[in-house]
Ligand binder design. Structure first.
Ligand SMILES: [Zn+2]
Length: 347
């Protein structure tokens, strides 16, 4: 498994949810809890990431987004837009009529810059955010390197997560789309068919958007029905891709309180689609543990024991696999859930 301490400095303090400022659910303890649980089993090597530079990121994201994330904190401190303690959270958004004619905003004030690129009020930026997001990409790419070098399984303990980040949009706790960056890097290395299986509780709207018109990258996601769950505006079953990508985007929305029986059936369907696609590169899994029965912001019903079955179904594909950590907010259980899932891979 690969991890970087850089994420510790991305400690966002608060998010605005349901009209209230609450402590961030997406917090450093999510990853340190997994590290501790895996260390206790003493069968895992914890490796640092190697630097991969900006090129894999700008292969997927607009450079304007990268520049915003790199500069907005320092600019805001310099201009007095933040006192250096409060996180940057947009309060004015570029939506609908405001975006008519492709207007992207020319404002230089932090609220304008944030509102032109962010989708929600849950994704604060602080001093350590950009370095953490860059490190998460390196963690993901390093785990992929391990698998390309012959490991059957690589586990990237990415934080911040990535699957809500689109080509020029961040949000949903995500800044750079770690899984999409790995997928594109595999294509650039010569792969012709790359599959991303997303088992996070939420729909990976960013991954879907990035590969919407691509037939060489399959995206298939099991997630809470967007009729009731974030990100609300994407993740419906009739979103199937467009152009060359038509038929290569699959969404499987799930009902509230879905348990392992129904979940396993849906996952087996998804795995059959992956098998038919016949990837010629390692399988990428966007791995969320917010499908857990006690997750504080979700409503599915998987137990700690159930993750072993989730792992074994994915392992049953018999493919080299890169696990990319996405969500999961029940910090007291996330470590045990990770251990259980890996046991399904025979670890
Ligand atoms: Zn999630």
């Amino acid at each position: 498994m690969v991890s970087s301490p850089a994420h510790l400095a991305h400690d966002g303090l608060v998010e605005v949810m349901g009209g209230r400022a609450v402590p961030c659910f997406e917090r450093p303890e999510r990853i340190t809890a997994i590290e501790a649980a895996l260390a206790d089993t003493s069968s895992y090597r914890l490796l640092p990431p190697s630097a991969h530079g900006l090129a894999p990121i700008t292969a997927v994201h607009e450079s304007a987004l990268v520049e915003l994330l790199e500069q907005v904190w320092a600019d805001s401190v310099a201009s007095g837009a933040t006192d250096g303690a409060a996180p940057l959270i947009p309060d004015t958004f570029l939506v609908g009529p405001m975006a008519a004619g492709g207007y992207r905003g020319s404002g230089t004030a932090a609220p304008a810059r944030l509102g032109a690129y962010c989708l929600d009020t849950a994704t604060p930026i602080v001093a350590g955010t950009y370095a953490a997001a860059r490190a998460a990409v390196d963690v993901a790419l390093t785990a992929a390197d391990l698998v390309l070098d012959g490991e059957e399984l690589g586990y990237a303990l990415c934080r911040p997560p990535g699957h809500h980040a689109a080509r020029e949009m961040y949000g949903g706790y995500c800044f750079f789309n770690n899984a999409a960056i790995v997928a594109e890097s595999l294509v650039l290395k010569g792969a012709r068919r790359v599959a991303i299986l997303d088992v996070d509780y939420h729909h990976g709207n960013g991954t879907q958007q990035i590969f919407w018109e691509r037939g060489d990258v399959l995206y298939i996601s099991l997630h809470a029905d967007p009729a009731r769950a974030f990100p609300y505006f994407s993740g419906h079953a009739d979103e199937v891709g467009a152009g060359a990508g038509k038929g290569f985007n699959h969404n499987i929305p799930l009902a509230a309180r879905t348990d392992i029986q129904a979940y396993a059936a849906a996952l087996e369907r998804a795995c059959a689609i992956v098998d038919d696609f016949a990837p010629d590169a390692p399988l990428i899994v966007s791995l969320g543990f917010d499908t857990f029965e006690r997750d504080p912001i979700a409503d599915l019903a998987l137990t700690t024991e159930d993750y072993a079955r989730v792992g074994s179904i994915i392992a049953g594909l018999g493919r080299p696999t890169v696990l990319i950590q996405e969500g999961g907010y029940a910090i007291d259980a996330i470590g045990a859930n990770a251990v259980s899932l890996l046991s399904g891979f025979g670890r």
